[in-house]
Design a protein around this ligand. Structure first.
Ligand code: F6R
Length: 609
């Protein structure tokens, strides 16, 4: 998604900004641009496509100046062309913008009537013209920005320059993330800490409605009404992991293979074998508090929502607590029934997904208690939660989530143990058994990874498919959805996940010899039913690949291909089936020649609605 990097100090701004933008590249974008100010001259370079194009342009037409702003754009309003790339200039004002301005059409019409000419189709360009318009009567750039921001509806993180105030950089935020790094009298502004953390660890995290004005080697913070505010800086003690492929051909494969370690990291130091319990310090809830909730509600988007579905099965089954699962973009707008008796669990890899963050805020406004399951430390979602379970999966660069998902499943398993021990539904012995099963899991993931050659053979048979169906029952239904999403994302083959019992209610009409059907048939209580559902597909000529548990020599007999997945028990098998489906999607995409790390149209962290 869009990235912002700004700089003001005594160094040449261009390499600092380009270095920061490069660190945000993996998040997905489709054009880029940069603007610097040098002795009152404002100069902009923009290009469509990847940063290399912008770098090439900068080589031919270098920029100078110690103050500047840069942007990588993930198109929302307007195609990914040069004209729509940021920075945008309206009169004397240049802006880069993350977020969406919802009232931009009204503002644009009004500004056009006042004589402003627009050169892009974006909502963002309106901001530069609006500030420029305010500058006509405002006493300073700072005041013009404050006035303009009061007219904006929607979400923004902004960096602003104007040659009319050529020693000043302004940053502002509402609804999209923005942080400031400080090193002496140099300031680094970014939408994401990793873009600037190599320069400094002294950071100020901006909150909604705040403006930062950098001038004369100092910074002043105000509200949009112009009231000055004091902000504390924090020392960031975590180190961003380096984005290195370590010999793998791409990040996705590396991250798939990192799962045994990533899973170990989720439970390391969090298991109490003698008590049959999980120790989740970040929850900040004792047994009595945990037992005071009437119900749980898990909210997330995309792959994290699939983890939420697994969480529902685990918690309802093992703790007998009612759990609702919601897609964050739906939850936030339907006046959800939550109260101070609801424990809301928010799941997000990035911690910055706009819909998930908004859902969290909605639940908070209704007094619900919020805990998050998150990978990125210091991101907005854990910061705004009452408690957090970090998944410690490490940096995930591949846009299609792999290790972040399986570590979320393990975090939910730990939470299940904790909730069940707190309400007594999970006894000591069962808690201890659940812990033992978890200790076995990393080795079983390694064993599943060894199926790669077999999976590649199956992949070869499915390169020309246009569609695919994934079937699962019970907890495996969520994994069917996740398998289908992985295939869609990276191979661009349309795929759907269904509860296998639903086939005969409609989707079975799709079955013919061409349609691959991937059936998840672990050795759990649903196996007999899944076999019947699979038979219904085979009877109609369906092309079935079945994933069943090691030792099950029966289920695959009539399928075209069978993959035997290690058995980790009903609650943890979803992790192993997921790993096999990740490899399947990966192999199909690679054999089709797709870019698995940066699939088309996708962004790693979805910071707009
Ligand atoms: C799919 C994928 C997305 C994310 C979704 C939520 O592979 O990665 O569906 O799961 O955008 O992102 P987070 O978990 O960062 O909130």
């Amino acid at each position: 998604m869009c990235g912002i990097v700004g700089y003001v100090g005594n160094q040449d701004a261009t390499p600092v900004i380009m270095g920061g933008l490069r660190l945000l590249e993996y998040r997905g974008y489709d054009s880029a641009g940069i603007c610097t100010m040098d002795d009152g001259d404002v100069d902009i370079r923009r290009s469509a496509g990847k940063l290399v194009n912008l770098e090439r342009l900068l080589k031919e037409h270098p920029l100078h100046g110690t103050i500047g702003i840069g942007h990588t754009r993930w198109a929302t309003h307007g195609k990914p062309t040069v004209a729509n790339a940021h920075p945008h200039k309206g009169g004397s004002v240049v802006v880069v913008h993350n977020g969406i301005i919802e009232n931009y059409l009204l503002l644009k019409e009004d500004l056009a009537n006042k004589g402003h000419d627009f050169t892009s189709e974006t909502d963002s360009e309106v901001i530069s013209h609006l500030i420029d318009e305010k500058l006509k009567t405002a006493e300073s750039l700072e005041s013009a920005v404050q006035q303009a921001l009061r007219d904006l509806q929607g979400a923004y993180a902004l960096c602003i320059l104007s040659h009319k105030d050529d020693k000043t950089l302004i940053a502002a935020k509402s609804g999209s993330p923005m942080v400031i790094g400080i090193r002496g009298n140099e300031y680094f502004v970014a939408s994401d800490m990793p873009a600037i953390i190599a320069n400094t660890r002294k950071m100020v995290i901006m909150e909604d409605g705040e403006i930062a004005v950098f001038r004369n080697g100092g910074v002043k913070f105000t509200t949009t009404c112009g009231d000055e505010i004091t902000k504390e800086s924090r020392y960031i003690d975590w180190s961003p992991m380096k984005a290195e492929k370590n010999g793998y051909p791409n990040f996705m494969l590396k991250e798939i293979y990192e799962q045994p370690l990533a899973i170990r990291n989720v439970f390391a130091g969090r298991l109490r074998e003698d008590e049959g319990d999980a120790f989740l310090e970040g929850l900040n809830l004792n047994d009595m508090q945990l037992n005071s909730f009437e119900r749980l509600c898990i909210v997330a988007c995309g792959t994290s929502w699939h983890a939420a579905l697994v969480g529902k099965y685990l918690i309802e089954e093992h703790c007998r607590i009612p759990v609702d699962v919601d897609i964050a973009s739906e939850f936030r707008y339907r006046d959800p029934l939550v109260s101070n008796k609801t424990l809301v669990i928010v799941i997000s890899q990035s911690g910055e997904t706009a819909d998930t963050l908004a859902a969290l805020r909605e639940a908070k406004s209704k007094k619900a208690h919020i805990i998050s399951i998150c990978n990125v430390v210091d991101s907005s979602i854990p910061r705004e939660s009452d408690g957090v379970i970090f998944t410690h999966a490490g940096l995930e660069i591949g846009v299609a989530s792999t290790k972040a998902f399986t570590t979320q499943l393990v975090a939910l398993y730990l939470l299940t143990i904790r909730l069940g021990r707190a309400n007594g539904i999970i006894g000591l012995k069962k808690g201890q058994e659940m812990i033992s099963a978890l200790y076995e899991l990393p080795a079983l993931v390694e064993k599943t990874l060894k199926l790669d050659d077999q999976i590649e053979e199956i992949a070869c048979e499915h390169l020309t498919s246009w569609d695919a169906i994934y079937l699962g029952r019970g907890i495996s239904y969520a994994i069917a959805l996740e398998g289908a999403l992985k295939l869609k994302e990276i191979s661009y083959i349309h795929a759907d996940g269904y509860p296998s019992g639903e086939m005969k209610h409609g989707p079975i009409a799709l079955i013919d010899r061409e349609m691959p059907v991937f059936v998840l048939a672990p050795n759990d209580r649903h196996l007999v039913k899944v076999r019947s559902n699979m038979e219904e597909v085979i009877t109609r000529g369906g092309n079935v690949v079945v994933l069943c548990s090691e030792g099950d020599l029966e289920t695959g007999k009539r399928a075209k291909y069978t993959l035997l997945i290690p058995w980790a028990g009903e609650a943890l098998s979803p992790v192993l089936f997921t790993v096999a489906l990740q490899l399947l999607a990966y192999n199909i995409a690679i054999l089709k020649g797709k870019d698995v790390d940066q699939p088309r149209n996708l962004a790693k962290s979805v910071t707009v609605e």
